[in-house]
Design a protein around this ligand. Structure first.
Ligand SMILES: [Zn+2]
Length: 234
């Protein structure tokens, strides 16, 4: 009795790991395979919105908030294909605050926290774009809270997948980094900020404005999420 129970457990675990491995493989190709059961919920947070546009593209003046939202929609679609339940903190270009009165940013962040706490998610993935005074800085960087070990594991996996897509563009690899940001401390679950690229780099900016690159980015983030659940090293 005990033995067969153990055998069943082993079979289930092996089956799960195999299915996740298939999923990771599929994500690096064209199609995702549904392996998660919808009980795992991921909050996808598109950073900024409304009068807070975030940073702007050096060449085109494109708003970070709009690029974040476009990638967040694509990421949500891929995660849903994989079988996750997804909650987005915003689905329009409006901010999450009531008025434009003083203190709107604080209310906006508070509202995001409420959405996260209501969702009781397995993880939080916040989508942003970076900016640096020099045009030369390129690539993605993923942040996690110092005291969240699983957040660090998730960030490392997503960073590895983002490095892969930038490597093909001749961009050198970056490491995931610790950061003290509000959204990383809203819940105890692993939470990351994915800075998908630099809007201060005309080359990254051109990529980030293309729908094909946004899709590639969404799939790379999702592959990192799948690798995290597979427990593999980056
Ligand atoms: Zn941002």
């Amino acid at each position: 009795m005990k033995k067969s129970f153990f055998a069943i457990c082993t079979a289930v675990v092996v089956g799960f790991v195999w299915a996740v491995a298939l999923c990771v493989q599929a994500l690096s190709g064209a199609q995702a395979v549904s392996v998660f059961d919808g009980e795992m919920r991921i909050v996808v947070d598109a950073g900024h919105g409304g009068i807070d546009g975030g940073v702007t593209g050096r060449t085109t003046g494109a708003k970070e908030s709009e690029i974040n939202l476009a990638i967040a929609f694509k990421l949500s679609a891929v995660l849903e294909e994989m079988g996750f339940d997804v909650v987005m903190t915003r689905k329009t270009d409006a901010g999450l605050y009531d008025t434009t009165a003083k203190g709107f940013k604080k209310r906006d962040m508070q509202r995001r926290k409420e959405i996260i706490l209501d969702a009781a998610p397995t993880m939080v993935v916040s989508v942003h774009q970076n900016y640096y005074p020099s045009k030369m800085q390129r690539g993605a960087q993923v942040f996690y809270a110092a005291d969240n070990e699983n957040g660090g594991r998730l960030a490392t996996q997503i960073q590895a997948q983002m490095n892969k897509i930038y490597e093909a563009q001749g961009v050198k690899n970056r490491n995931a980094a610790q950061g003290d940001f509000f959204i990383l401390n809203c819940a105890a679950c692993p939470s990351v900020i994915v800075e998908c690229g630099f809007l201060s780099s005309p080359k990254d900016e051109a990529l980030l404005l293309s729908k094909a690159w946004q899709e590639k980015t969404a799939r790379a983030i999702a592959a990192g999420v799948a690798a995290y659940f597979a427990g593999g090293a980056a």
